[in-house]
Structures are given as C-alpha cells and as structure tokens.
Design a protein around this ligand. Structure first.
Ligand code: FES
Length: 193
C-alpha cells in the first residue's frame, strides 16, 4: 500500500512551517536594534545568558540587549522616576505584579527590579507580540514607560500595563543578576550561576 498521500501531506506541512518560521525570522530581524548590543552569534544560537555593562547607561536612557533572539530593555531610572512610580495615580491592571508568570519570584514591589534604578524587561508586548517604544518621563504626560505602536498598549516605567490597554499582562522580567556593580548577567538566576 502506498503512503505517498501521507508523505506529501507531511512535506506540505513542513514546507509551510519552515516558510512561516522564515517569515517571522525575517520580519523580526528587519526591526532595527537602535542603540543595542548583540552577543556573539554562537552565544545567541545556544540561547546562552548574556553579560551587559551598565556603566555607560545614563539616567533616563534605555538600551536594547538581545537574548535568545528577543529584545531585552535595560533602563536606568532616576530618583524622580522612582518617586513617581511610588506615588503613581495611573490605573493599572496588575499594580502589585501578582501574576507570577510575568517575573521571577525575587522581583517584587513597585520597581519590579533587583536594584531600584535598573529596570530589565523583555521588550515584547504582552498583547500580540510587537516591540513597544520607550517613552521618557519627559516625553509624555502619562509619566513615561513603553508604548506599543500596534494597538496602543501602555506600560509604565516598571513595565506595568495600564487599565485602558488591550494587553492584559505586565511586561515580562527575565531572570538576571548583578555580577558586579556595573555588570549584568541576563538570562540566568543568581542561584543557577
Ligand atoms: S501588540 Fe501591543 S498593543 Fe497589540
């Protein structure tokens, strides 16, 4: 008995799946990583954690680091921003970050960070996966954070989603730790190092 029909069906699926992955990959790399830092191709392929020096990151500035093919936002927040976050009057969907899937267990509180001044987030909108834009506190009247150009979701400077957004979850905080005052390891918990 011939199984040509089955094989052809499988081949068509594999071809379609490969094309889809190729299309997503091509679309993704077309997005420019402005002011970004990329690990070696070998490290990327392995999905390895990436080291990043934060000594050149100025207050209010954000840099994109690539980890496992995803943009990771690293922001240095000012004291004024931290105060504003503490006293925020924005209406938020999960102000206490109670959804445990959105951050490691050692990320707690309003700042959603290990060190208050340094914010680390995966820069992928929790609605349908676009890359949000960083908005400085001085640029917008809602206090700054991240704006998704696809359907208008807004996240504050801790990555917490506002109530009016189509996205329902806060931005994800990846595992990370500080190797030293100025050296971040992104993609690994300290206990696992
Ligand atoms: S993908 Fe960001 S708002 Fe829809």
């Amino acid at each position: 008995m011939s199984n040509d029909g089955v094989d052809n069906g499988k081949r068509r699926f594999l071809t379609l799946a490969t094309s889809a992955v190729g299309a997503v990959g091509a679309g993704f790399v077309a997005v420019p990583f402005l002011g970004s830092w990329k690990p070696s191709a070998k490290a990327q392929a392995a999905g390895a954690p990436v080291e990043f020096m934060i000594d050149k990151l100025e207050e209010g500035q954000m840099v994109k680091v690539e980890w496992r093919g995803k943009p990771v936002f690293v922001v240095r927040r000012s004291q004024a921003t931290l105060e504003a976050l503490k006293n925020s009057t924005l209406s938020l969907k999960d102000p206490e970050s109670t959804n445990v899937e959105q951050q490691p267990e050692y990320i707690t509180g309003v700042t959603r960070s290990i060190r208050p001044d340094i914010l680390v987030l995966i820069g992928i909108c929790t609605h349908l996966g676009c890359v949000p834009q960083h908005k400085k506190a001085t640029e917008v009247e809602w206090g700054g954070g991240f704006f998704c150009p696809c359907h208008g979701s807004q996240f504050d400077l801790s990555g917490r989603v506002t109530s009016a957004s189509p996205a329902s979850k806060n931005l994800v905080v990846p595992p990370y730790y500080f190797m030293s005052d100025n050296q971040l390891m992104i993609g690994l918990d300290k206990g696992a190092a």
